[in-house]
Design a protein around this ligand. Sequence first.
Ligand SMILES: Cc1cc2nc3c(=O)[nH]c(=O)nc-3n(C[C@H](O)[C@H](O)[C@H](O)COP(=O)(O)OP(=O)(O)OC[C@H]3O[C@@H](n4cnc5c(N)ncnc54)[C@H](O)[C@@H]3O)c2cc1C
Length: 615
Amino acid sequence: MANPYRAPLALVRLALNQAAEISGARSLPGYGEILSDLAEPILENASRFAGEVLSPLNPVGDRTPSRCETHGVVTPPGFVEAYSRFCADGWVSLAAPTEHGGQGLPTLISAAVTEMWGGANLSFAMCPELTLGALGALRVHAPNDLIETYADRITSGEWAAAMCLTEPQAGSDLSTVRTRAEPDGEAWRLYGRKIFITWGDHDLTDNIVHFVLARTSAAPPGVKGISLFLVPKKVPGVDGALTRNDIDAVSIEHKMGIRASPTCVMVLGEHGGARGWLVGNLHDGLGCMFTMMNHMRLGVGLHSLGLAERSLQLAREYARERLQGRNTSGAQRPIIEHADVRRMLLLMKSLTQAARGLAYTAAATLDVAHSAEDPTRRAGAMHRGDLLTPVVKAWCSDVGVEVASLGVQVHGGMGFVDDAEISQVYRDARIGPIFEGTNYIQAQDLVGRKIARDNGKALGELLAEIEKAARALTPDGANARQATGRSTNPAPGSPPQAMSAAAAHPLAYLQSGLLDGCTALRQAAAEIIERSAREPELIGATAYNFLQWLGILAGGWQLALSATRAGAELNANEARAVVDLAAFYGAHVLPRASVHEAVVRHGAEAVARVATTDL
Ligand SMILES: Cc1cc2nc3c(=O)[nH]c(=O)nc-3n(C[C@H](O)[C@H](O)[C@H](O)COP(=O)(O)OP(=O)(O)OC[C@H]3O[C@@H](n4cnc5c(N)ncnc54)[C@H](O)[C@@H]3O)c2cc1C
């Protein structure tokens, strides 16, 4: 039996401090004090809760999934009690605003804790994540009476929330949403069917507040005709009594992973119409829903990172115990001594720490976007946050799947049997690239909207920061480029001279890879912006590779910063390990950027191949 989840607190701390620094969040009023005085006990308590309460329930949920009964969805044994403790200990309200009973802590601290919930028990973690996302949409878009009725109860976790977008014919393309809303006095009646609704029904809370996309009768076609409605499972009356609404879970999906998280088919309006209230302006529903979706996208990145961390923990523990092969004196060796197993573990660890740095940086950037006093600074941080969100969602969730897959590989055949927790982690991680907008949809958003809309300005600023961090790896950045003897990443079969020079300067590949990669990515972005107007398929054929390329560079940026900071923040052994990890990433991960670069740079060829090669 594997040990339960435990957060890697030294690495979490390093990434937290780094994110607070580079985002500028540390200079926000009170932020530095919160990080130095409050962060430590919160992280330790969260790690304990994740390890002692959520982690032991994770395999229980996999073997005894949520089920749909006639009276509603029943969660696996232990989930109701765990949720009640989770709320009582104040975990739901951690980053919620104080005016609604929340604790008002930075998004950055909440990000570190969110990683832990995802690593310990993804199924469970998604319920409070949805609740927090809904609170954001409610506060920003809803009228005051709705905020007064719902916000405090959502903040405390007394009532949960769910987001209802998807319908059988409306997946990535929400313009075809058919659920309809008809006026009913000051409110609305909704009719329709939603599928794949996470935590759409359950027994953790008395009430569930659904945020539903629907179309009104006079609405224009397409996404511009969609509105957002709040549809509670039970409608609160003026006396506080709850009356059952006309929205029901009629079945739940049987899934390859996150089996404890009920994925519901919801039917609205079978008995006269589900009562709903408009959130935001009529026909602006998708825009309003984006407040919740962006929160969830960051959440997917953080949860995926947590699963990557859990995979590493399981694989490392297994590799220390499993004996195979012999050393020179004939004694059996634990597999962790074999070079290729060490390669896999280091790949897992470096990808995980790179993803951690990136996701935390996005979270700290959002703190600046929401709390900086200077509006120009807020706007700049919002642009950076907008740019990073699809990268965090897509790149970190792909990292989650890759690291979990490596974790299975380290376990050999034992990783493939149902009883091994790593097999559950792998199955659970697979949802990350699919929901909250598939990873291609994220790539399209990144290139087609976030980069194109300001002609690559926010991207250019990010790349300049990556270059600055790369140059800081040595007193003279030019040294490292000479040391590798090349201006691009070493290709397989690089001359021995380049390899030995790099060995003398362990971070040389990281440095040259980042500098060359940023120059090339900047040029490629300019070219895509320039050509995409007349070549409509260009973004479709290259956006995925573009996002991966940026993700790899941004992950390297994080490890470069850590390598520079480690000496001041960690003990000598920990600091050496962080530098080694950065060097490993430079040699084993950064070279992947050149593959993505090649696809993006040969955009026209890529489009032609994609369009005409036989399937
Ligand atoms: C476990 C689970 C939980 C979920 N939870 C929720 C929830 O709580 N609320 C909710 O509303 N939904 C939820 N979903 C739905 C989820 O968001 C969708 O599954 C997802 O957005 C993809 O939509 P789809 O399944 O219809 O796939 P499709 O849209 O049919 O996509 C299939 C493939 O085609 C690609 N594709 C689609 N359109 C394009 C395009 N224009 N260009 C290029 N490629 C394209 C996609 O990238 C994908 O690879 C959940 C789904 C699952 C499986």
